[in-house]
Design a protein around this ligand. Structure first.
Ligand code: BJW
Ligand code: ZN
Length: 248
């Protein structure tokens, strides 16, 4: 077992991780809400994890939607409006650069905000769907409603059924094949970068235990911190740009 290195951001540790990325054939990045925190997007757990006094985790559930779809849509419509005002940050942009420089790179994100794609990332696996997408609760038809202001209770054009956000709630399956693809990539990876996730939500968190070397980037300790090859305690926007290989 490798010895985990848990301490503050020592430049020598960052350099070591950067060297692993620079010499890797295959890299996977698993990202979570923390990668978008410096763009101004709230994380799910911790101090920012509330909307109008409600715990975000109680709103992002099928039970909450069944009980009060208007409340849940109001939560998602607020987040959609907020996302229209934010921009990708240096961590998102650094991941685009890593993708350009590593022979085989895959980004598996738990985020629904599409900030990776807006930054320019190309090979993105969305484990928990996307807030731009909607799906009919009755006929299952999906559509992209990016940038639109939706009504309080949006309805399906085809059948009049209630639309729901195209995201994955607790107890729901991940989009067909997406997790399996991420798992195969992580298994084959020389380096798995785990950035800005509390690593509490499965099956996404299981990806962080695959790969030859695992490097965590997070200002706080997580259940993973004592297991990974290297735990870099710092903000994604500060650390990830330092992991970009310098070669063209
Ligand atoms: C920074 C930073 C900075 C701050 N820089 N970092 C065991 C095995 C498998 C499954 C389970 C299991 N036990 C239970 C389950 C089921 C469940 C689960 O995992 N529960 C656990 C809570 C115990 N999983 C599921 O239900 C999943 N589906 C599933 O398993 O299907 C099979 C199945 C079907 C039927 C029955 C049973 C099983 C689905 C999970 C869906 C998660 N959905 C959400 C909402 C998405 C929609 C939306 O956005 O509204 O996804 S929940 C929420 O958590 C969201 C996130 O993607 C996800 C992960 O959160 P994330 O990204 O880690 O955010 P935070 O806030 O937790 O952490 C942020 C981190 O950033 C912190 O660590 C900070 O320190 C850090 N940070 N600033 C870097 N500047
Ligand atoms: Zn429909």
């Amino acid at each position: 077992m490798p010895t985990p290195e848990v301490r503050n951001v020592d430049p020598a540790l960052i350099a070591r991780a950067a060297d692993w990325v620079a010499t890797a054939e295959r890299v996977v990045a698993l990202t979570g809400a923390g990668v978008s925190a410096e763009s101004g997007v709230p994380t799910f757990r911790g101090a920012g994890g509330f909307w109008r006094g409600r715990d975000l985790m109680e709103l992002a559930t099928p039970a909450a939607f069944a009980r009060d779809p208007e409340l849940v849509w109001s939560f998602y419509n607020d987040r959609r409006a907020k996302l229209a005002t934010v921009e990708p940050n240096p961590a998102h942009r650094a991941l685009v650069e890593i993708e350009r420089r590593v022979p085989h790179f895959t980004l598996a994100t738990q985020n629904v905000d599409r900030l990776h794609q807006r930054a320019g990332s190309r090979r993105v696996l969305e484990l928990h769907g996307a807030i731009d997408e909607v799906r009919c609760s009755d006929c299952g038809r999906t559509s992209n409603r990016a940038g639109e202001t939706l009504p309080a209770l949006p309805r399906c054009d085809a059948c009049g059924g209630l639309l729901r956000p195209g995201v994955v709630w607790f107890g729901e399956s991940l989009p067909t094949g997406v997790f399996e693809q991420a798992e195969a990539e992580a298994r084959a990876a020389d380096v798995v970068l785990v950035i800005g996730t509390s690593a509490l939500v499965y099956p996404a968190a299981s990806l962080a235990r695959l790969g030859r070397r695992v490097v965590e980037v997070n200002p706080d300790a997580t259940p993973l911190s004592s297991e990974v090859t290297l735990s870099l305690r710092g903000k994604a926007g500060e650390i990830v740009p330092q992991l970009v290989p310098r070669t063209p």
